[in-house]
Design a protein around this ligand. Structure first.
Ligand code: FES
Length: 378
């Protein structure tokens, strides 16, 4: 069908009816789209006017290669994400080098998968989209039915012009790359949910810390001297009034066991602040936790109850413990209740005493430490 043009010569003077649109071929619709948009196609030439030439095959293979690289990188990412050893290994321990490569390997393969996919799309556009020079007059307003349908036709025609339907190698390689990439994203999103945080019931990781009693063995308070095998236990007389020390759990059964000692120092919910108040400082105790302090000593989890940062700043004059992340403050003399900032719960206390040998020991575990979670009641 033929449509008359406006006096300007750029757009049709009459809009086609839906019935007329139904009769038009995709090419007519695409051309109509250009006319409706005041687009004048000055030059349009296919990259490969004769299908099946060696040059076209070569271009096709070079594009497909990028999608294949993307698919292989995506598979490598998946394999690394699922099977590469990611658990912490200390320097000098067997497997340390492999462990340190986890993040570079996961990041590198993921990055390469995205990069190769992007390059493949760009290469396809550059190698197969027709050379076209068009001039368009800008105009405002919302697109109507005619515009929308003609734009779809234009996109279809663009696909036809590049011969995407008959380029099986490219479509399969691109489909494979996109599929692997999507699968990788899906697995990465779901994988953290596969582990059950409540495995172990009352002894599940979220309910307990490394201070929890095991077989009635004494749990000492120790310092981290920088050498895991060097056991430095804590006595009351070691600490000045008005000072703070970070302590970790230690059991005699762990002595000489490098891995267990290191684990006790690295476990994220283990660090505890041991604070010695100035003599005579009034202490307000929380109901149910009256026997947790020892004399002028109080011990609190170091994990901020807001988002889990280490709250290691103790201001002696005001008796406030500060979290540097979002400035929450807790009162050391009032069961570490929050007095400022976003944290809403007190820092969990550790029950402590001094044994017959004069060393600090823990008499039990702390209440659940760190930020809140749904199942938590306090
Ligand atoms: S993590 Fe401590 S205030 Fe936010």
């Amino acid at each position: 069908m033929t449509l008359s043009h406006s006096p300007s010569g750029h757009s049709p003077s009459r809009r086609p009816t839906p019935a007329e649109l139904d009769e038009m071929t995709p090419e007519q619709l695409a051309r109509l789209a250009a006319e409706l948009d005041d687009v004048e196609i000055v030059h349009n030439q296919r990259k490969f006017p004769i299908p099946g030439t060696r040059a076209e095959k070569r271009a096709e293979r070079s594009v497909a290669l990028w999608f294949v690289i993307s698919a292989l990188s995506g598979l490598a990412f998946l394999a690394a994400f699922l099977f590469w050893p990611y658990e912490y290994v200390a320097p000098g321990q067997p497997g340390y080098e492999v462990y340190t490569l986890y993040t570079p390997v996961v990041g590198g393969t993921f990055g390469l998968a995205v990069l190769a996919l992007g390059i493949g799309v760009i290469a396809y556009v550059k190698k197969f989209f027709p050379d076209e020079v068009s001039v368009q007059q800008r105009h405002d307003g919302v697109s109507d039915e005619v515009d929308r349908r003609t734009v779809v036709a234009q996109l279809q025609k663009a696909g036809q012009d590049t011969g995407i339907a008959r380029r099986k190698l490219i479509t399969r390689a691109a489909g494979g790359a996109a599929g692997v990439f999507g699968l990788g994203l899906g697995i990465a999103a779901v994988a953290p949910l596969v582990r059950d945080p409540w495995e172990g019931g009352d002894q599940a990781a979220l309910w307990t810390t490394g201070w929890a009693p095991v077989d009635g063995e004494t749990v000492y308070l120790r310092r981290d001297t920088g050498v895991p095998s060097e056991i430095s236990l804590v006595r009351p007389e070691d600490q000045e009034p008005g000072s703070i020390e970070t302590v970790f759990p230690f059991r005699e059964s762990e002595r000489g066991d490098e891995e267990a000692l290191l684990h006790a120092l690295r476990r994220s919910d283990n660090p505890v602040m041991l604070i010695r108040l100035r003599p005579g400082t009034p202490l307000v105790l929380r109901e149910g936790f009256e026997d947790y302090p020892y004399g002028d000593f109080v011990a609190y989890s170091k994990l901020c109850t807001h988002l889990g940062c280490p709250t290691s700043l103790y201001e002696t004059q005001s008796q406030r413990i500060l979290c540097p992340c979002h400035q929450s403050q807790f009162l050391a003399t009032e069961y570490a209740r929050p007095v400022f900032g976003p944290a809403a719960r007190a820092l969990p206390p550790l029950p402590i005493t001094v044994n017959d040998e004069g060393y600090f020991v823990a008499t039990g575990d702390m209440p659940p430490v760190g930020p809140a979670f749904w199942e938590r009641r306090s």
